[in-house]
Design a protein around this ligand. Structure first.
Ligand SMILES: [Zn+2]
Ligand SMILES: [Zn+2]
Length: 549
């Protein structure tokens, strides 16, 4: 029997851009293909996707990309992978419904090969077999993935919690998880996002009570913002609104699209007469109106953010409105979210973002649920995923407390394979791996790191442009250099001093050196950059231009 390798191309040591690989012989199974969001230093970047070089290099071996569920951190990287290679995508009907229109938008020419599975199906993937198992999360049709290899099952929990009263009534298939444990799980790759939270997470059901309370207390309209994919939350809003005599309108293109799709497929059941169009709101008094809106992450173009600025043509915030913030900020978005909330308060809208009766619950397992998953699947090796290093550390600590010897727990790193043979598990040689920064320019290619560094420097310390006129035939200066600065604010006289240093440096160049424009450009930029940095600690972008006369 050969080696089985498990490789994360993203999603370990971080939360986001989940993408893992199981390799056995000449067969590769890919689990998920997600994106993550930029941090505050990634100026002008809209999303981050994994570097897919490894998959491109091994494309002939890929038997399929298997999607656990339709959240962006698990599916958002697909357009960027499919732009480079053709591979079949396996997912549930629901996941397909949510991803298909986005894929078609981004890759209009592409012939998509999407194959639908149901939980419990056994899908052949070369020498391996993949079996999705239903588990609960915050989105319908969410699955763990059992990858059967010749050494045993590699079990990806995907995102999960154990919710015994899920909104759609579809329970986790705990029996099957137990059977997997009996059959022999070689390695468990478990969600570890909420490992810091002790106990057992609350059921999605409790949110209904929280929503009812806010709906009851609100004098005017009730607005609720959540992720456009949070179908269950929207279902709850419809139910509560129907019970308490409110009509529900929806703003935000993606939310409307998702609702239409889910209603058509039966994933959302809207009580008769409750959903109204935005223009029908005027037929009802404010205390009979509820509005679902996108913008829970403070996205600049979202309906909610534009409303908070009074710039949304279709709907204005008014005194007496109540907004329920029914989501969790994705790290990095907090600033934008608080600014939006504050602007809403300024407009007379009360924002409920925390409440003793929860208005949002997490879709991820707490400590006791994580232990239960370990207990059911009884893996030989353990490797937490979907977590930052502190989550991985804590998860492994819990596993050790449960009796696992330390050498059977692993802290994975992106791009470093875990190799499994008959008797051991060890780290293999690194494969190409990293991140690709993408902006909304429409280009599928990444923004290079140098561009990002320049953006960062310009944004912080401005730009200094140096123009040097040179007679390259004679090898002499053809006039005085010119130095201009924008968005630069240093101490008085610093630019004059930098100019003198530049002038001296250029004067010191020999005839031959002056004939070499690349040399002149380099020296001019370098001397000014160093001088300003040394004197002030500032790092403006210094742009030297040599004009040949
Ligand atoms: Zn998820
Ligand atoms: Zn996730």
């Amino acid at each position: 029997m050969g080696l089985v390798q498990v490789i994360a191309l993203g999603g370990v040591g971080e939360i986001g851009k989940n993408c893992s690989v199981v390799l056995e012989n000449d067969d590769i199974v890919v689990i998920d293909c997600g994106l993550s969001f930029p941090n505050e230093e990634m100026l002008g970047i809209d999303i981050v996707v994994p570097d897919f070089t490894y998959l491109v290099q091994n494309k002939a071996k890929i038997r399929g990309v298997f999607l656990t569920h339709a959240h962006e951190d698990h599916v958002g990287g697909l357009p960027y992978l499919l732009n480079q290679i053709d591979v079949p995508i396996y997912c549930t009907e629901f996941t397909q419904a949510l991803i298909k229109s986005k894929l078609e938008e981004k890759l209009p020419q592409k012939k998509l090969d999407i194959r639908i599975f149901k939980p419990g199906d056994k899908i052949k993937a070369g020498s391996m077999e993949v079996e999705p198992v239903r588990v609960t999360h915050s989105i319908p049709e969410n699955c763990s993935m059992a990858v059967r290899t010749s050494h045993g099952i590699i079990f990806f929990t995907g995102d999960f919690k154990f919710d015994f009263t899920p909104v759609d009534g579809k329970l986790a298939n705990i029996t099957r998880l137990g059977e997997m444990g009996q059959e022999g799980v070689l390695m468990l790759l478990s969600d570890s996002t909420n490992v810091e939270r002790p106990g057992w997470g609350p059921s999605e059901r409790v949110v209904t009570q929280g929503l009812k309370k806010v709906f009851n207390e609100a004098q005017g309209r009730v607005l609720l913002t959540t992720f456009a994919s949070n179908i269950h939350r929207m279902q709850q809003v419809y139910e509560v609104a129907a019970e308490l005599g409110r009509k529900v309108a929806v703003v935000g293109r993606r939310m409307e699209q998702n609702l239409d799709t889910c209603e058509r497929m039966g994933y959302v059941k809207i009580p008769k007469g409750v959903r109204i169009r935005l223009d029908e709101m005027k037929m009802y008094p404010d205390n009979q109106i509820a509005i679902l809106t996108t913008g829970s992450q403070g996205e600049p173009m979202s309906a909610l953010v534009q409303m908070s600025k009074g710039e949304y043509g279709r709907l204005q915030i008014k005194q007496g409105d109540t907004l329920i913030y029914s989501a969790r900020p994705i790290p990095g978005n907090e600033g934008a979210i608080w600014r939006t909330i504050n602007r809403l308060f300024n407009q007379g809208c009360k924002v409920v973002y925390e409440s003793p009766t929860p208005i949002h619950v997490s879709g991820h397992a707490y400590q006791e649920e994580l232990k239960m998953m370990i207990n059911l699947t009884r893996p030989f090796y353990i490797a937490p995923v979907h977590g930052e290093p502190r989550h991985q550390y804590l998860y492994n600590k819990i596993a050790v407390e449960m009796g696992y010897p330390e050498h059977r727990t692993f802290t994975m790193k992106d791009g470093i394979p875990l190799c499994l043979d008959e008797t051991s598990c060890f780290a293999g040689e690194a494969v190409p791996c990293g991140r690709v920064l993408v902006d909304n320019s429409g280009s599928m290619a990444g923004v290079p790191d140098e561009v990002l560094r320049d953006r960062f420097n310009v944004a912080n310390d401005g730009i200094v442009v140096i123009t040097v006129p040179v007679d390259t035939t004679a090898g002499e200066m053809a006039g005085d250099p010119v130095m201009q600065a924008r968005a630069f604010a240093g101490p008085d006289g610093i630019l004059d001093a930098a100019y003198d240093v530049l002038f001296d440096a250029l004067s010191a160049l020999s005839k031959d050196e002056l004939k070499d424009t690349a040399r002149v450009k380099h020296d001019a930029g370098d001397v000014v950059k160093r001088f300003i940095q040394k004197r002030t600690g500032l790092r403006p972008l210094v742009l030297p231009i040599v004009v040949e006369v």
